[in-house]
Ligand binder design. Sequence first.
Ligand code: ZN
Length: 250
Amino acid sequence: MLTLKGLIIREETRGESSKCIYALTEEQGVICIFVRSGMKSSKYSSTTQLYVYSELCLEEKTDAKGNVRYFLNSAEEDHMFYNLRLDVKKMSLAAYLCELLFYSRVETFDRSEVLRLALNTFYYINNGKRDIEYLKSVFEFRLLCETGFRPNLLACRECLAYESEKMYLNLYDETLECENCCQNPLDPLTIELDKKLLYIVRYIALTDFDKLFNLKISPRYQEQLTHFTERFVKYHFREQFDTLDFYRNF
Ligand SMILES: [Zn+2]
């Protein structure tokens, strides 16, 4: 028997009454767990529902091809994020963030940081004490930073200038250039950042988790940040997420 703590990020029905849940865990990344009778009201239906962080006790079985499969034995709630379920905008944001988690290559990277990011973001969505658009932007950009796509934001790659009135981030090679060195600022893979936006982007990419959610930004810069992080997501995932369109409807 194996005991892991996991955030439930996806569920799929299996047959008439069973389901598979996908849990983000520190030890193994995202794992798929079969829950017998999980779609009926069962003893563990609340602790295996979406967006719950639970302690999961699992049976491991290895099939003929050597693949390990997990079956739920029992589950105990650690954190429910209850308020998130009462607000359709918060719920739709949670659905989008879970979709990003599902499609990111969490296994290869520091899963404790990704899990911490997810739990912290859910905590603040749930308590309503942070701007929801800021939480979305932080999650989008920091998730990609933690899974191998942190751009080099320290200085211009040519002259090493720390800042200029405008800096340009190239998505293709993930580097910054200042306005003197950037040859092609209108390149479709280039994003223009003024000093303030660059400060915000550096802050989200590099600051410690205990300060990450404390930055306050104006609506004008939030709009620019949203544009920046959505472009960053679109470039790296190469996907259009229906859950993001759904979130935008509210
Ligand atoms: Zn330069």
